[in-house]
Design a protein around this ligand. Structure first.
Ligand code: COA
Length: 179
């Protein structure tokens, strides 16, 4: 996908064993990999499918071909996309690589006329993304499913948290204009 400052930016279509290890190394460097958990043991095995299933799985390679950064977009491919897993190896940070990865992913999506490009910014990275054109969706809250909510207690207790639709009919952050 192009060369910049002796780095090769490449869209991965698949991941061999060496590539999987490089990707695991990037997740580890971001603190997003826990070898001891069953979920992450499975994670290593599914990385090739994550690469193949991504809308765009981008890596940056140094002159020796070593992967030093990754970022990916997941998408329905016609309307919406989410950018995630943006990581640069610590020794390569501060050289504009992370910004270039995000710019390339945003361009990849925009060129395919995707109107809604979102992401969940790690704490402390908001300014990084704002400089690239992203804006916080004020009052919206990033959420992750952690399992079914407990059913409400039968006898009027309010202790159990139960998911329910918003009272004002608001649907999703998609109602916010694209940045
Ligand atoms: C966040 C991360 C991807 C940035 O990559 P990077 O290659 O170091 O960033 P760049 O060198 O491209 O920085 C571009 C600009 O953003 C700024 N910037 C970098 N990280 C920043 C941060 N965390 N907060 C605010 N600004 C930041 C840089 O100072 C630079 O500003 P400049 O253009 O005025 O010089 C990298 O620090 C990283 O991998 N962190 C761990 C994983 C992570 O948190 N990823 C984000 C997931 S949401």
């Amino acid at each position: 996908m192009g060369v910049q400052d002796d780095l090769l930016y490449e869209q991965l279509q698949d991941a061999d064993a060496a590539t999987v290890e490089a990707i695991v190394g990037l997740y580890r460097s971001a603190g997003w990999w826990d070898e001891s958990s069953a979920e992450d043991a499975r994670g290593r095995a599914v990385i090739p499918e994550m690469v193949r299933g991504s809308f765009c799985f981008l890596v940056a390679r140094d002159v020796d071909g070593r992967i030093v950064a990754m970022a990916r977009a997941i998408s329905d491919r016609v309307s919406d996309a989410y950018i995630q897993d943006v990581v640069v190896l610590p020794e390569w940070r501060g050289r504009g690589i992370g910004a270039e990865m995000v710019r390339r992913l945003a361009r990849f999506c925009s060129e395919r006329r995707l109107a809604w490009i979102g992401l969940v910014a790690e704490p402390g990275t908001q300014a990084f993304y704002e400089a690239l054109g992203f804006r916080a969706l004020e009052q919206y809250v990033p959420m992750r499913f952690r399992g079914p909510a407990e059913p409400p207690a039968a006898s009027g207790s309010s202790a159990a948290a139960v998911a329910r639709p918003p009272a004002d009919g608001a649907a999703s952050p998609r109602t916010e204009p694209a940045p």
